[in-house]
Ligand binder design. Structure first.
Ligand SMILES: Nc1ncnc2c1ncn2[C@@H]1O[C@H](COP(=O)(O)OP(=O)(O)O)[C@@H](O)[C@H]1O
Ligand SMILES: Nc1ncnc2c1ncn2[C@H]1C[C@H](O)[C@@H](COP(=O)(O)O)O1
Length: 222
């Protein structure tokens, strides 16, 4: 029996991993997919033609970057649907609007007219009855210090050179955002409670939680 069967996770499930930059989403995505024999949907950071430019000049590139991310995530959404699920997704589409676009607009690095255009595009694409929501959103949370440490260790220069205030603001916004998020069921995991790098077996209790959580929320829907 494989882990997916053992923990009663449906083979068409879509699980999305959310959380601030550097918290460990990609690592969790890879590990869960490996254990559940699911496909992955990653953000392609290296191939992103705007990301580097964006970190150098938020005002100039915010809108371009948001439209690019929206298009990429929408294509991924379509791919997951066409395969009939069975995916772990690195970051949700909800974070693009609920965290990033909103933050840049409110901090003045995205103009009101650009934000309005982006929001109406997002709503037309995503806020429709035809848009499939994930079965589960796993939210990874941790202290700002441990996350900053991970950003530094991972070593993407564009992130290392970004002022601390940006990461502080994002960390705070994530906390507020998740407390009112209700588009799909949420399982919160504290990054201090597992270590996929040093202790690969720490995924086992997480798989068990994911299984029982999905089963409980399926029962509630009935
Ligand atoms: N559970 C973990 N324990 C220790 N280090 C981790 C863990 N998960 C991720 N890391 C490290 O933290 C850094 C950021 O992780 P990553 O998965 O790329 O984050 P994200 O996708 O959220 O930006 C990487 O250097 C990674 O090796
Ligand atoms: N929607 C977004 N707007 C701005 N920046 C974004 C968005 N989505 C992702 N990013 C950035 C943040 C990181 O520098 C990279 C990859 O994110 P990660 O959390 O490391 O997977 O893209």
């Amino acid at each position: 029996m494989n882990a997916r069967e053992k923990y009663g996770i449906p083979k068409d499930a879509v699980i999305t991993i959310a959380g601030t930059v550097g918290v460990g989403k990609s690592t969790m995505t890879r590990t869960l997919a490996e254990h559940l024999q699911f496909r992955t949907s990653f953000e392609k950071v290296e191939a992103n033609p705007y990301l580097d430019k964006f970190y150098k000049d938020f005002e100039k590139w915010s809108f371009h970057l948001q439209v690019y991310f929206l298009a990429e995530r929408f294509k991924e959404q379509k791919r997951m649907f066409e395969y009939g699920g069975g995916f772990i997704q690195d970051r949700s589409i909800y974070e693009d609007t609920g965290i990033f676009a909103k933050m840049h607009y409110e901090k003045g690095t995205m103009s009101p007219v650009d934000y309005e255009t982006y929001t109406s595009l997002f709503e037309a694409m995503v806020m429709t009855p035809y848009f499939p929501h994930p079965n589960l959103l796993i939210y990874l949370e941790g202290s700002l210090d441990s996350i900053l440490d991970r950003i530094q260790k991972r070593g993407r220069p564009m992130e290392q050179e970004t002022p601390l205030a940006y990461w502080e603001e994002m960390h705070q916004r994530y906390e507020n955002w998740i407390n009112s998020f209700n588009a799909c069921p949420v399982l919160r995991l504290d990054i201090n409670d597992y270590d996929l790098v040093q202790d690969p077996s720490s995924i086992d209790p997480i798989l068990e939680k994911v299984g029982s959580f999905i089963q409980q929320t399926a029962l509630l829907k009935k």
